[in-house]
Design a protein around this ligand. Sequence first.
Ligand SMILES: CC(C)(COP(=O)(O)OP(=O)(O)OC[C@H]1O[C@@H](n2cnc3c(N)ncnc32)[C@H](O)[C@@H]1OP(=O)(O)O)[C@@H](O)C(=O)NCCC(=O)NCCS
Length: 336
Amino acid sequence: MIRTNEWKSNAAITGIGSYVPERRLTNDDLAAMVDTNDEWIVRRTGIRERRIAAPDEFSSHLAVKAAQQLLARYAKEAADIDAVLVATTTPDTPFPSVASRVQRALGIRACLAFDLNAACAGFVAALQAAGGLLQTGAYRKVLVIGVETLSKITDYSDRSTCILFGDGAGAVLLESAPEGAFIASDAMTDGSGGGSVYAAGLSTEWDGQPLAGGGKIVQNGREVYKWAVSHVPEGVRRMLDKVGLEPRELDWFVPHSANLRMIEAMCERLELPAEKALYSLTHYGNTSAASIPLALDLAVREGRLAAGHLVALYGFGSGLSQAGLLLRWTLKSPQK
Ligand SMILES: CC(C)(COP(=O)(O)OP(=O)(O)OC[C@H]1O[C@@H](n2cnc3c(N)ncnc32)[C@H](O)[C@@H]1OP(=O)(O)O)[C@@H](O)C(=O)NCCC(=O)NCCS
């Protein structure tokens, strides 16, 4: 069930960009919709507001804007990209993929393009997949995007879920480089936990049980909380052990931004100061596959994340799925 591997990688991150929709949904806005309040939400989750896509704005629109920002900031050419991987649980349509919409919008000539769904572990799963593509030598520049429009599958009458989720996109460019930056990976999937957090689709059944919610997000928050707080630190330690490193040697820990209390509990278990965690939930909420690239982009903009830093990324969520990646940050400051 668990895979932990050391990487002989040639993959390095050479660009990053992000995009969030304009509309803000604050805790006070939610308090006018359901029985909740700002104090409860901030104390239990750390979330203050989230961004909400317009009715005619879908994941591909956010993904394209994040990618365009990356290309402009780091003076990269779309034409040079030879694979587009999009991690999302909320594609505009089941098919064509968001990745093929991105290919078209960016005018990329010849590339592999596909979507990937590992829920909130999706972005790190996509980085692992992209690292593998680069390793073959057949691909040299891979665009990896994490994007969600979770507001479209959120039940705004359920106070235990609607306070959490938001919309956004983050993109990174991976290129083959003589000194690869990926150091180790971790992965674990436990399909027996599939009923803990889900959205029904073509099927409304899981393991013989009916799935509620009519396609909106349903979760057992307490169960997911307990699972993540114990499993994520174990996964981070497995990756570090594999290459003989200790948690205290990390410059940054970037877990999926689900809930600040969860992140603080994970840091405690790793004996890491909470200040070493990078997250995007304060102003964006839980953006699933987008949360980790959004956190990385915020940290780059704030000048906190710099070339040479040792970073542990760790995604976790529905599946139940978890995916980690230990890497050396190689990206210099944006050119623009
Ligand atoms: C959802 C979550 C914030 C709830 O926080 P919690 O501290 O676990 O709260 P509980 O579920 O134990 O509920 C405590 C009480 O608060 C109430 N409550 C729930 N949501 C509330 C809200 N928005 N405002 C006010 N009260 C709320 C509950 O009804 C419950 O009341 P009761 O004791 O009278 O039954 C938290 O469990 C969580 O973040 N879990 C992880 C979810 C997650 O990460 N999901 C995505 C997977 S990546």
